[in-house]
Design a protein around this ligand. Sequence first.
Ligand SMILES: [Zn+2]
Length: 192
Amino acid sequence: MKIGRNDPCFCGSGKKYKKCCIDRDIAFADSVKFAERKKADPTFTPRSYYINRVTALNDRLQNEARSEELDAELMELAGDALDDLDGASLHAFTRYGEGFLPTERRLLQALANRLWGALVFGEFQEQEILRPLMAFAASTLAEGISEAAPIDGAVLTTDEDGNLLNSSLKRAAEGEEPEVFELDIQVEGSTL
Ligand SMILES: [Zn+2]
């Protein structure tokens, strides 16, 4: 029997289904795509899936000439991350498998927004920052970010050719749970 949107929710909360568990069920349907990937690779988790994608695309971005095909893959990564890490779909991570820590999620969302801005709006300066952004995200996500001290951003320093020289994480103000992750880029003292 299929539950209707206006029926009492099956969880016993007394609320209508549409006001209660429907978002999580939508997310569960979304997680079917993760389940299919798990079938193909038993070590799969949504988190490892994104880290592997960021890592593989970063390797290509650092070593290959830019191409329409590579840009399209970066754009697809950004689009998928923006979908998966927002709203109801986010539950697919926590419900299905290993999810990102909040800081990691904000970092991946920030990366996706910057990639989207660069590749969809195509501003020249933004194009130049793809490599340091991806290099930072790949190494930081692979290492993991401790939640002991909330982080609300990072400052990346690059040389004039867009090679990432170093990065420093920014600690959030005391007692504040950050909502976004700010990614600032500095090139030889100037800020893009
Ligand atoms: Zn419910």
